[in-house]
Design a binder for this molecule. Structure first.
Ligand SMILES: NC(=O)C1=CN([C@@H]2O[C@H](COP(=O)(O)OP(=O)(O)OC[C@H]3O[C@@H](n4cnc5c(N)ncnc54)[C@H](OP(=O)(O)O)[C@@H]3O)[C@@H](O)[C@H]2O)C=CC1
Ligand SMILES: O=C(O)C1=N[C@H](C(=O)O)C[C@H](O)C1
Length: 266
């Protein structure tokens, strides 16, 4: 399977190049960055510290996809949507890790996925996807008697807040409890803002240093508290998850899929 990676010089880019190289049956055929990026022309393998691969970083996605079966995109929603359009025109599969999509942008992604198979997931790790299932179970058992608060921690370069994973965790709990996440999410408490409402789901964001990604959902009752936590210790399992999603997509019909589908958890 021929794989191209966009955002190749980014934090996830190097991990993705390595994961593709390590996977039997997968071949890196293209590595793309933005126009003007200082690493254009550099060898993708050297950039990812896996040894020279003879694949130069380019800003030409159209030409790159002519020699690829699937694109892995860990960039930003605006960039991803433009890339999706190119892949839809060429009939290529796409695995998207970018986060921070607005509801309108998600709709646009779904539109492009009408003609090509696409996996779009805020977190590609097996552990976080298992947490989504555990959260559903916990919310089902605990019902409305426990207050729900979510705290996420990430590195100081992360651009979107809260993380896509934290938002998905909030959506899973809200859906299970029959609430509308967009109505009950509370991102901000300051001053005399009053006591928390029973329905709200508090979302707190911490940014600093090199934290890869940590998420905790608190179910807080009277006299007891349950915490469901996930800590990422490296970015490698996100990359391995993305490669697994590429393999899974191979025989799929056009449509917008999630990592829960890839892992058989949906
Ligand atoms: N789903 C998952 O499992 C995970 C998702 N993520 C998400 O992936 C995304 C990327 O994260 P991360 O790797 O840390 O971010 P980085 O900023 O390190 O990487 C993004 C890369 O994309 C490049 N880029 C920007 N614009 C373009 C363009 N038009 N064409 C091609 N490349 C472009 C950036 O270049 P430049 O820096 O010069 O702008 C940068 O090299 C984020 O949305 C993050 O939340 C991250 C980890 C796991
Ligand atoms: O930007 C990151 O680094 C990460 N982003 C994803 C998110 O927003 O959920 C996943 C992971 O936590 C790392």
């Amino acid at each position: 399977m021929k794989v191209a990676i966009v955002g190749a010089a980014g934090r996830m880019g190097g991990r993705l190049i390595q994961a593709v190289q390590e996977t039997p049956g997968m071949e890196l055929t293209g590595a793309v960055e933005r126009t003007g990026h200082p690493q254009l022309g550099a060898d993708a393998g050297l950039l990812a510290a896996v040894g020279k691969l003879g694949i130069k970083i380019t800003d030409d996605l159209v030409a790159t996809m002519a020699n690829a079966d699937v694109l892995i995109d860990f960039t930003f929603p605006e960039v991803t949507l433009k890339n999706l359009e190119i892949c839809a025109q060429q009939g290529k599969m796409v695995v998207i890790g970018s986060t921070g999509f607005t509801p309108e942008q998600k709709q646009q992604a779904a539109h492009f996925a009408e003609t090509i198979p696409v996996v779009l997931a805020p977190n590609m790790s097996v552990g976080v996807n298992a947490c989504f299932k555990l959260l559903k179970e916990a919310a089902n058992i605990l019902g409305d008697d426990f207050d729900v608060e979510i705290v996420e921690l990430h590195h100081n370069k992360k651009k979107d807040s809260p993380s896509g994973t934290a938002v998905r965790m909030g959506e899973v709990v809200a859906d299970t409890l029959g609430r509308d996440y967009n109505q009950v999410a509370n991102y901000h408490r300051e001053g005399m803002c009053g006591a928390r409402t029973h329905e709200e789901i508090g979302m707190q964001t911490v940014r600093g240093g090199d934290i890869v990604g940590e998420h905790t959902v608190y179910f807080i009752g009277m006299g007891e508290r349950i915490e469901i936590s996930h800590r990422a210790m490296s970015r490698d399992m996100f990359a391995r998850g993305a490669v697994r999603a590429c393999q899974w997509l191979q025989d799929k019909d056009p449509g917008l899929y999630d990592m829960q589908d890839v892992l058989g958890l949906s």
